[in-house]
Design a protein around this ligand. Sequence first.
Ligand code: SF4
Length: 280
Amino acid sequence: MRTIQVEKITEEVAQMCKEAAYYLPGDVYDALKKGRETEESPVGRDVLDQIIKNAEIAKAEDRPICQDTGMAIIFVEVGQDLHIEGGSLEDAINAGVAKGYTEGYLRKSVVEEPLFNRKNTQNNTPAIIYTKIVDGDKIKIQLAPKGFGSENKSGIKMLVPADGVEGVKKAVLDIILHASCNPCPPMVVGVGIGGTMDRAAVLSKRALIRPTNVRNAHPDYAKLELELLDLINKTGIGPQLGGTTSALAVNIEWGATHIAGLPVAVTICCHAMRHSERVL
Ligand code: SF4
């Protein structure tokens, strides 16, 4: 049994919050550059130039890529042979989020109650934490700050098996067309297929963490990712003011489901597709 102190987890999460806010992942930066090369609209090319320049300035000056530094979405895989000492995992993660957002002067965007009071918690906690127990004695932490300009345009459709692949394509496109230019495109589109309503939504979030240049390991889903990307890029939404670069990637994650169901969830992320990862 290996032991890790909660302080180590807190410190790493704090660093990850800052890192994710300042540095756009290389695959997303490369996808923006590629989009700039192929974009057919002059205005679209100009917008992409500005988005790329913005990411470069943020990286050079350690400043947030966007003013909306997001709600911290965290996927944790805990090895069953790891002992976490000194406190609870959830408290350690939330302490790291609070430290990172405070030290990094990142906008605190979380309210403690959603409907009546909406009082800001002042430290961007609580994070949304998904924990999975796995083999081994390590802990893997993946953090993705999620802005709500794009989150607000995400959606879910409960299809039936007879809807099939064409039904899935229509469901995804309907959500994207409804979102239009509001989620700060070019988007990265996470799609969760299968499970239950809630499971599909989590799969769509997890899909976003996969690099934009890595296709699903299952050839049918990999093909569907490319087909959906092509359809989305033909909508004309473009990089905010019209064009051919509406999305940088479509990432699908799938899971077992009921014989009567075909849930499809779509989490839309903006061009600021930020994430950070540690294995401790
Ligand atoms: S959707 Fe993304 S780019 Fe737009 S404001 Fe929110 S975090 Fe920023």
